[in-house]
Design a protein around this ligand. Structure first.
Ligand SMILES: CC(=O)CC(=O)O
Length: 653
């Protein structure tokens, strides 16, 4: 029998009665004629009949558009399934629901720049951009790109593009030239928005040379639109071929009501990019209806976002959490945009922003929380955060000790929701719920309408054991396909190659005794010493306990017909990896995890390679230590770090 575990947080009666999820469950009981007294019964009912569930989400969230009479056709076939095949809607129309003087967007570029827009001002900017894009000949299906900081102009350009049925695709201006070309070179945008530079950690970053180079290499771009950020952008635009400033692009177009082209549910909305660590990034196309419905569900039912809330997520325009964040407008939230380093102004910029603008929801990465734990900052002590109700974490598993830290050092009454899914589904498989308790180290639940299960290697369901995270039934935010994949074979292979007609996500996970979820890492990075499968997060969780260690990365090294675990650690400045520290790390892993998890070698490195969205790249390091080539170095934010793993004497003995 498993030991009883007490939750670290339990929702108050007030939260339970006031949240969207409770209202939705009551509505479902009435409409479906079923008793749904708790979350897990609601989840079961939601996956039993996905068409019925998503149809109720459409109604509850008040999607603007024509729904049609069919919610789901071919529901038994993951690849042929179609949600709302008769419907017509426009994504931007659903986001720009209001046009009044209340707050729609706040933007801070570190502690340097602040801008605020009311709903009316946002509508006006979108209208002018829409007219300018139309005058530039933008048609449904054309690509419009943003190589942009997370600032209002990027949001407005996306809304204008989608109001016309164009497809928005974005990256972050800190991507290297090759990273940008690997992405936009494939999707061939006609217009590309960029800034005249950006702020990072208090410093102005010049991107003029990069943009001149991109202009040479991206012939599809007829026009670069330069958004003033560091200055007025005039000299910058003059230096870049085919560029003009935003002011010049909009000149002559006065604001009027935004017009919306209503299109089929699966009309393409976004192209997102996989991290591209094993080749060129995959260009994943997401549809307007699926993205909208899934985000409405996650924001309202799982994150309990209400009209007037202040929704923040720390993200760049190159990560899917940007797409997730901006959909918050559809639930009436004001977006709190931030660009720059999360540690700007000695880590104070973000928390000053949270306190001064009364954030209700604060989203970040697990890596940020882990790093924050190692700084002297204590938000609970140094800032007033009375309105903050939820804290989201993603990017990698949030270790159990970080749950303790958040409740002790940020706020004790908080729905701490670690969420997991990704670019492939522009949303989550597992996440939070305001009606459920939080258990340390666990994601609270599987998403409503997401038929998530865990399978062993032979495709058999596992009960309370670690295995492959799969999804057994279609959901609206499955990609509508990959770009340049006319027969859909790359798409099929990516998700359905492992188990026919079952989405295999590539996460190594477990459904717990509380019906929560633990993610143990990517399944292709699973360690296998002596035939025991170990998720890398099981090791990171133990190593995180050491203030001396800033970051770690574990891989399996082929060794004497078996595999041995090698742990790389990036240490705090001035700390040496001596026998004492190595011994303490090993003891912690042995006691906290198991003797099987103990690394055969621990090696100190000066840096750990990560993707442009901040994920450490175990597979690339595994290739380097085995002398194999790394296929797409341009996907990395710090590719030079790979050199540190070449020919290490510690790994030859
Ligand atoms: C929701 C997520 O899963 C985000 C990510 O880790 O990329």
């Amino acid at each position: 029998m498993q030991a009883r575990v007490t939750p670290i947080w339990t929702p108050s009666a007030e939260r339970l009665s006031g949240c969207h999820l409770t209202a939705f469950a009551r509505l479902a009981e009435t409409v479906w004629g079923k008793e749904l007294p708790d979350y897990h019964r609601l989840w079961r009912a939601s996956v039993e009949d996905p068409g019925r569930f998503w149809s109720l989400v459409w109604d509850y969230c008040g999607v603007i558009g024509d729904k049609g009479s069919v919610a789901l056709e071919n529901g038994d076939d993951m690849l042929a399934a179609r949600f709302f095949p008769e419907s017509r809607l426009n994504f931007a129309e659903n986001l720009l629901r209001r046009d009044d003087d209340t707050l729609a967007v706040v933007f801070r570029g570190e502690d340097k720049v602040e801008q605020k827009l009311s709903w009316r001002e946002l509508n006006q900017l979108v209208s002018r951009l829409q007219q300018a894009m139309r005058a530039a000949g933008i048609q449904p299906g054309d690509r419009v790109a943003g190589f942009m900081p997370n600032m209002p102009a990027a949001l407005a350009a996306m809304l204008a593009a989608s109001s016309l049925g164009a497809v928005w695709t974005s990256g972050s201006p800190d991507f290297g030239t090759d990273g940008a070309l690997d992405r936009f070179g494939q999707t061939e945008p006609r217009i590309l928005f960029c800034p005249d530079g950006y702020w990072y950690n208090g410093k102005a970053v010049d991107i003029r040379a990069k943009m001149i180079h991109l202009a040479e290499k991206l012939p599809s771009v007829e026009r670069f639109v330069v958004v003033p950020y560091l200055g007025d952008g005039v000299d910058f635009a003059a230096a870049v071929p085919r560029a003009q400033t935003l002011g010049a692009f909009l000149a002559g177009f006065d604001a009027r009501p935004v017009e919306y082209l209503r299109l089929p549910f699966n009309h393409p909305l976004y192209i997102l990019y996989s991290s591209g660590t094993t080749g060129k990034p995959k260009c994943i196309v997401h549809g307007a209806g699926g993205t909208l419905l899934q985000h409405l569900k996650e924001h309202q039912l799982h994150a309990d976002v209400h009209q007037g809330d202040h929704l923040f997520y720390f993200t760049t325009c190159g990560w899917m959490m940007w797409n997730w964040l901006v959909s918050g407008l559809a639930s009436g939230a004001a977006l709190m945009l931030y660009d720059g380093s999360p540690f700007a102004d000695d880590g104070r910029a973000q928390w000053d922003y949270a306190a001064e603008h009364g954030f209700t929801h604060f989203g970040t990465s697990a890596k940020y929380i882990d790093s924050l734990r190692k700084t002297p900052l204590v938000p609970a002590r140094d800032w007033q955060l009375p309105k903050l109700r939820s804290l989201f974490s993603t990017g990698s598993p949030l270790v159990a000790e970080s749950y303790d830290w958040v409740y002790e050092n940020i706020k004790s009454d908080l729905n701490l929701a670690s969420v997991s899914g990704g670019t492939d589904i522009v949303s989550c498989f597992a996440l939070g719920a305001p009606t459920l308790p939080v258990y340390r180290g666990e994601l609270q639940c599987r998403g409503l309408g997401m038929a998530v299960d865990i399978y062993d290697e032979l495709g058999r369901p596992l009960y309370r054991e670690k295995g492959e995270l799969v999804c057994l039934k279609p959901f609206p935010s499955m990609p509508i396909g990959f770009w340049n994949d006319p027969d859909g074979e790359k798409y099929r292979q990516a998700y359905f190659g492992r188990f026919p007609n079952i989405w295999c996500h590539g996460d190594y996970a477990e459904v717990t005794q509380h019906d929560g979820v633990i993610i143990y890492g990517r399944s292709d990075a699973v360690l296998n010493p002596g035939g025991v499968r170990i998720g890398t997060a099981e090791i990171y969780r133990q190593v995180e306990a050491f203030p001396e260690v800033l970051e770690s990365l574990a891989v399996g090294q082929a060794w004497q017909d078996d595999e041995r675990v090698v742990l790389f650690v990036k240490l705090r400045e001035g700390v040496q990896l001596d026998e004492d520290l190595a011994g303490r790390i090993k003891a912690q892993i042995k006691n906290g995890a198991s003797p099987r998890h103990v690394p055969a070698r621990i090696v100190a490195v000066a840096d750990i390679p990560r993707t442009v969205s901040g994920k450490i790249v175990e597979l690339a390091v595994k290739n380097v230590i085995h002398g194999r080539p790394v296929s797409n170095v341009s996907a990395l934010a710090n590719p030079e770090a790979l050199k540190l793993f070449e020919n290490l004497s510690e790994l030859g003995e």
